[in-house]
Design a protein around this ligand. Structure first.
Ligand code: SF4
Length: 342
């Protein structure tokens, strides 16, 4: 089996392939900065080295199966096939100010949140650091004329904190100045509330941001939406988030998927205001993308606005995320369900 290179740092590339440090750096730049996966096109590497790489290594582990693009918004959704035939999805979202790439961290997910397409499929395996980074590299290939540095959000398929080491390794690769060179503040890791890993994350020596998919601020409702809440209830989550705010000084974000008649009432909004007390937090309200087979409906915009007004009156900073591509299968897990395993 050939060596796969995209999970390796510059130093690891040099060491594993028996190269000089500068050659490890050049190879890293081709893969991560220039996003070139054809060894023959890596013109500053010697011909014998290119031949050695072609013989023994594989520059890329992902194969693009399908790219959907929303005519209305320019949002793109990519479906990739992995070496073992499994598939994962990534999304690129553009708005006036920024480009955001949403990556997957696992094939499937074990946490079975009741409104999520990925949760329906169950868990298959963790992604390697390279499989995560390559999602970004592929989506950026098309963005060559854009001078925007993208934001990266770990909000695709899977619970990133359940693949902690590989996710953190992928972040280090994405931050490398000889690679994509993304600043830590432009990277957000999202969790539904893995309390122990949030404590680990709090100790990381960087400014990478944290987002918590909350969706409900009372235990009874949250446990029906996010079953992990039974293991780490809201009180425990509040404790670790207070620790995160105190130690890092960073603001965190609560994600709240708006489900009509489920978590969009005045009372739910008031519970959220009360729960946020003492935390340095802003709130993203997200319209739910319909998923066939799930018994939910998106909240009407007027009710989203009422919910937002209550949060703002309670002193919270709120963003209502606009819909980005209902004309493509925009909820993570939907493309995979359409295509299934190869
Ligand atoms: S919402 Fe996230 S954590 Fe929950 S099932 Fe879906 S992918 Fe997993």
């Amino acid at each position: 089996m050939k060596l796969t290179l995209s999970s390796m740092t510059k130093t690891e590339l040099a060491k594993t392939l028996g190269l000089k440090p500068f050659q490890g750096r050049q190879l890293f730049q081709w893969l991560h900065q220039k996003r070139v996966f054809d060894f023959d096109a890596m013109t500053n590497l010697s011909k014998p080295l290119r031949a050695q790489l072609t013989e023994t290594a594989s520059a890329s582990q992902l194969e693009l199966v399908e790219m959907q693009e929303s005519k209305a918004t320019g949002t793109k959704k990519a479906l990739f096939r992995l070496h073992d035939g499994e598939t994962v999805e990534s999304v690129l979202i553009r708005d006036r100010k920024r480009t955001t790439i949403c990556v997957s961290s696992q094939v499937g997910c074990a946490l079975k949140c009741s409104f999520c397409a990925t949760g329906l499929a169950g868990f298959t395996r963790n992604l390697t650091p390279g499989e995560i980074v390559e999602q970004v590299l592929y989506l950026l290939q098309d963005e060559a004329d854009s001078d925007r540095t993208p934001n990266i959000v770990y909000m695709g398929m899977g619970e990133p904190m359940r693949n902690y080491d590989n996710v953190m390794a992928s972040i280090r690769l994405l931050m490398d100045k000889d690679g994509v060179g993304i600043g830590a503040r432009k990277i957000i890791v999202s969790t539904v509330g893995e309390a122990k890993e949030i404590e680990r994350f709090t100790q990381e020596d960087w400014q990478v941001r944290l987002s918590v998919s909350l969706h409900a601020a009372n235990n009874e409702l949250r446990s029906t939406l996010v079953p992990l809440n039974r293991k780490f209830p809201l009180e425990r989550l509040h404790d670790v988030l207070s620790g995160y705010s105190a130690q890092s000084g960073r603001q965190l974000t609560f994600e709240w998927t708006m489900l009509k008649g489920v978590n969009d009432s005045v009372e739910c909004a008031r519970e959220l205001v009360a729960y946020a007390k003492g935390l340095k937090v802003s709130v993203n309200l997200i319209p739910w993308n319909p998923v066939s087979g799930l018994p939910y409906h998106p909240t009407h915009m007027a009710d989203c606005n009422r919910f937002r007004d209550i949060l703002e009156a309670g002193g919270l900073k709120v963003t209502v995320r606009m819909e980005k591509g209902q004309d493509i299968d925009a909820a993570c897990g939907q493309l995979s369900r359409t295509h299934g395993k190869a």
